[in-house]
Design a binder for this molecule. Structure first.
Ligand SMILES: Cc1ncc(C[n+]2csc(CCOP(=O)(O)OP(=O)(O)O)c2C)c(N)n1
Length: 284
């Protein structure tokens, strides 16, 4: 993207298209989709090497959305980048769709890993990163985990595996939105300080405002300059960010709503996009 203001516009486009998908369906994983909008914008806005015309290009960077229920946000980013037509977004989670509720690499162009059963994505990402390195590729592997997902034991096996194997082209994110399916993460199973935990496992670790494209972009660039160990970027986020209805619902993991109930949230997302476009125009 030409600059960070353009990235902000892209983020608001991803947010609006995600919300439109879910609004059309009338229910879905609004909370956890909205909280990863900015990181997706940073990745598909330039940091993740990709070619929509060749979604399986071997030397691409790969992304594993381990919290696979956030598929709708990834689909919005992929459609906006041209992996498939934007109209496809309105088929989300309906019969015959190529856009299932949870990410499926066999159904959707641009999706690199099938996820949904939480806890598995980091292991898959380790395998991808190791495989690419063995084949002499310089590709990066990115993976997005949920903070609730980090309750899963398998996450911590992979957390030990990656530094042991010096997977320095593996860049992981934890979406620290502090909620999971049925409540606050700290109430369901307190994990201690996430940043300290990943650092203790031997990861280069940063914590940033997950809704600032500037902060996320800087963190990804610092991660790329890190050698000899994998990188973890803890994204401090708000579940449902930018969707009033979700922000005002607790927990907002999976919500159902009428067209009237979601209308103000859509209007606000449209306004946020208009504001971002205005800021971009003024900066030129
Ligand atoms: C192995 C497994 N157990 C339970 C679930 C049901 N489940 C789906 S989402 C979710 C909560 C995930 O919370 P978090 O990782 O924090 O995701 P986010 O809040 O970012 O949406 C649960 C328990 C699942 N998908 N997989």
């Amino acid at each position: 993207m030409e600059n960070n203001k353009a990235l902000r516009v892209f983020a608001e486009e991803v947010r609006l298209e995600t919300l439109r998908e879910l609004a059309h369906l009338g229910f879905g994983h609004v909370g956890g989709a909205m909280s990863i909008v900015e990181v997706l914008a940073v990745l598909y806005g330039g940091e993740l090497r990709h070619d929509p015309a060749r979604p399986r290009m071997e030397e691409r960077d790969k992304l594993v959305i381990s919290k696979g229920h956030a598929g709708p946000a990834l689909y919005a980013a992929l459609a906006l980048r041209g992996f498939f037509p934007k109209e496809t977004l309105l088929t989300l989670n309906q019969g015959g769709t190529t856009l299932p509720s949870h990410c499926d690499r066999n159904k959707t162009p641009g999706v690199d890993m099938t996820c949904g059963s939480l806890g598995q994505g980091l292991s898959a990402a380790c395998g991808i990163a190791l495989g690419d390195r063995s084949l002499g590729r310089d590709s990066y592997t990115y993976v997005i985990l949920g903070d609730g997902e980090c309750n899963e034991g398998q996450v911590w096996e992979a957390a030990a595996f990656a530094p042991h194997n010096k997977l320095d082209r593996l860049i992981a994110f934890v979406d620290l939105n502090k909620q999971q399916l049925d409540g606050a993460c700290d109430d369901v199973l307190y994990m201690g300080d996430m940043t300290d935990k990943w650092a203790a496992f031997g990861w280069h670790t940063q914590k940033v405002d997950g809704h600032s494209v500037d902060a996320v972009l800087d963190a990804v660039r610092r991660a790329k300059e890190t050698h000899g160990k994998p990188s973890m970027i803890i994204l401090d986020t708000v579940k449902g960010h930018g969707c009033e209805l979700a922000e005002n619902t607790f927990p907002c993991h999976h919500i159902a709503f009428t067209a009237e109930a979601i209308a103000p949230s859509l209007a606000r997302a449209e306004q946020m996009l208009a504001d971002a476009r205005k800021a971009l125009g003024e900066g030129r």
